[in-house]
Design a protein. Structure first.
Lengths: 128, 503
């Protein structure tokens, strides 16, 4: 049991991060804090991929003449890192769109607090 | 011709550069943005139709991007299912975009946003085409995010409240995408591959591992969010209501259907029917949630006064029919679900466009304020709306009847009387909320004309202009035409697309 807990410490860490991110998105009332939660959530997924690429005693995935290329166990898996570069770019783009929306909301309602926002939206009786 | 060998990739390859080129071309003349958009969608629709014919003739088409062989390279696959859904998506999007010019001019107040609107719409369609054609899980994630980001933009250009609706949609959509990515990560760690065909081949060796099960469940949750499967539909009603009518007409018929397609593809074609029914019964869960969603969406739709909001809740119910087909997991259920992807795309596009006409000509789309004078002013729009509404209720020979028919047959085949009851009950509920609108449009005398039929012509004929009317009438004709031709679609295309192991 202890071995299981300690052996998967990276995963526990990631689950904590996922939980933190989810908490931020659901419980926090400020829209920017929600976005911070979203960013933590995304980063947790990225960490999960990167941690799955780890091999004990392996080196960076660049062909080393001293090690040869026959044994893949001597190099860590580069694929996850490449995938996560794309995922980071996607995350940045999402944040960009999200903050643009936050700016629009601020300009229209002069608040980023969810509760106040809902009250001010009720005042717009006009459906348009 | 060598260019036609790469036909699975052509829609994506055409749409992406055009989307980027539109803001540049529009510097010459603003009008060019619209013309270019419609032109490229026409070309893409023709290519999709040719691809469909090719797939029907010679079986699935595989294309390897950059000449890298799978499983290392990214593979694009067109089989009967994907070619069919791509054709539906592109044809409906072509009609909606051809219709959209006046609605965009009218409902997006800032003229500086008109040109980017078309660029973003094409970017979204590029994402949808990519999702539908790709045979690679990570490529799918990238396309998913491309179309989702464009979707948020299309929602946010609408009414004053639209930015808040788009923000909520963004949070939920990102959580959905993250769940999918996390699920994919679990699957990748046990199989070591991202190619769908390759994963399918490896999967039986790892099927028993808890990691694989977690991966599957996370993926289903992710796509459940994207397709607004009850109870994960929270973002949908606000987003569809607050978006401009042209956006709702573009998003509502296509957006959630693409996610439903991915769910069908992943569950039945990658994991296998046996696995998702018996080993890990996710299809039963999806079916149950879908049945609850149908009832919930229908009841909520009955409570709405605003036409677009009513249609949005009806979308929640309609996506349930597709979920129901997935839940049945038998050939008839599968055919019903895929047929409903097409039917609902045609019907919802028509209904949202008609709602856009009402908004443009009357300045509102509030159901209790409709009366007979609306029909006098816009007889064609009203007639088309009535056709769409009758099809939603499920009256033959409109298309809406046939997908429900196949689903009902599928439910009987599984002896699943609960699903059968839900299908019948929901048809009645649909009838309640759509007949309410039709009744007001056709039979309720307006305040101005009350009591004196002689005053009736007081309502001036003010139909929507013909460039808007033609796409709507084509969609209305398609509802009847596809309904009459449904046997051709089912026997010719879908019967042979049933996933292996389902019979």
């Amino acid at each position: 049991m202890t071995e299981f807990v300690l052996g998967h410490y990276a995963y526990w860490f990631i689950f904590v991060l996922l939980g933190l991110g989810f908490y931020g998105m659901v419980v926090k009332r400020n829209l920017v804090k929600k976005l911070i939660g979203m960013a933590i959530f995304q980063v947790a997924v990225i960490m999960f991929y990167v941690s799955s690429a780890v091999k004990t005693g392996a080196t960076i995935p660049i062909a080393d003449p001293a090690l040869g290329t026959a044994e893949t166990a001597k190099y860590i898996n580069p694929l996850q890192h490449c995938l996560m570069l794309t995922a980071i770019v996607v995350g940045v783009a999402t944040s960009g769109v999200a903050y643009a929306l936050v700016i629009t909301i601020w300009r229209r309602y002069k608040t980023l607090d969810e509760k106040e926002l809902l009250e001010r939206m009720k005042d717009d009786a006009d459906p348009e | 011709m060598p260019i036609l060998n790469s036909s699975p990739a052509l829609p994506v390859v055409l749409l992406l550069p055009t989307a980027i080129a539109i803001p540049i071309v529009a510097l010459l003349r603003k009008r060019l943005a619209y013309i270019l958009t419609v032109a490229v969608m026409a070309v893409v629709t023709v290519i999709s139709a040719l691809n469909m014919a090719k797939v029907l003739d010679g079986g699935p088409i595989h294309y390897w991007l950059g000449g890298w062989f799978p499983p290392i390279g990214i593979e694009y696959v067109l089989d009967r299912l994907s070619a069919f859904v791509i054709l539906v998506v592109n044809a409906v999007a072509f009609l909606v975009l051809a219709h959209s010019r006046r609605l965009v001019d009218r409902e997006i107040p800032d003229p500086g946003k008109h040109v980017p609107y078309y660029a973003v719409a094409l970017l979204m369609l590029c994402g949808f085409n990519g999702i539908l054609v790709t045979g690679d899980f990570f490529n799918l994630y990238v396309w998913l995010e491309i179309c989702s980001l464009s979707l948020y933009g299309l929602v946010a250009v609408g009414s004053r409240k639209s930015a808040v609706a788009a923000f909520r949609y963004l949070i939920m959509g990102t959580v959905g995408a993250c769940f999918y990515l996390l699920g994919l990560g679990f699957l990748f760690t046990v199989t070591g591959t991202l190619n769908m065909a390759d994963l399918k081949a490896i999967f039986p060796q790892v099927a028993g591992q808890p990691t694989a099960v977690i991966g599957l469940v996370l993926m289903v949750v992710g796509f459940g969010l994207k397709m607004a499967l009850f109870p994960l539909h929270g973002w949908l009603p606000d987003a569809y209501t607050q978006a401009p009518s042209s956006s709702s007409a573009l998003i509502a018929p296509i957006g959630t259907k693409v996610a439903a397609y991915v769910l069908i593809r992943v569950l039945f074609f990658v994991f296998g029917v046996e696995y998702v029914r018996q080993a890990v019964p996710v299809t039963q869960v999806i079916g149950g949630l879908a049945a609850a969603g149908i009832l919930f969406g229908s009841v909520m739709a009955m409570a709405q006064k605003e036409l677009k909001r009513m249609l949005a809740y009806s979308s929640v119910a309609q996506i349930g029919y597709i979920g129901l087909g997935i839940g049945l997991a038998n050939p008839l259920g599968f055919v019903g679900a895929v047929l409903h992807v097409m039917n609902h795309a045609v019907m919802k596009a028509l209904l949202f466009l008609a709602a856009g006409h009402f908004r443009m000509k009357l300045g509102h789309s509030t159901v209790p304020e409709f009366d007979e004078s609306v029909r006098r002013r816009m007889p064609w729009t009203t007639a088309a709306f009535a056709v769409g509404a009758l099809s939603m209720v499920g009256l033959p020979p409109a298309v809406g009847f046939f997908s429900k028919w196949y689903l009902a047959l599928g439910a009987v085949g599984r002896s699943n009387w609960v699903f059968l009851g839900v299908i019948l009950l929901s048809s009645l509920l649909n009838a309640v909320y759509f007949f309410r609108v039709i009744e007001r449009l056709y039979f309720v005398r307006g305040k101005t004309t009350a009591g004196s039929p002689e005053d009736a012509p007081a309502a001036v004929r003010a139909e929507a202009p013909w460039p808007m009317l033609v796409p709507v009438l084509i969609l209305a004709a398609a509802i009847i035409g596809l309904g009459l031709l449904n046997a051709v679609v089912v026997k010719g295309i879908l019967a042979a697309a049933v996933p292996p192991g389902m019979g």
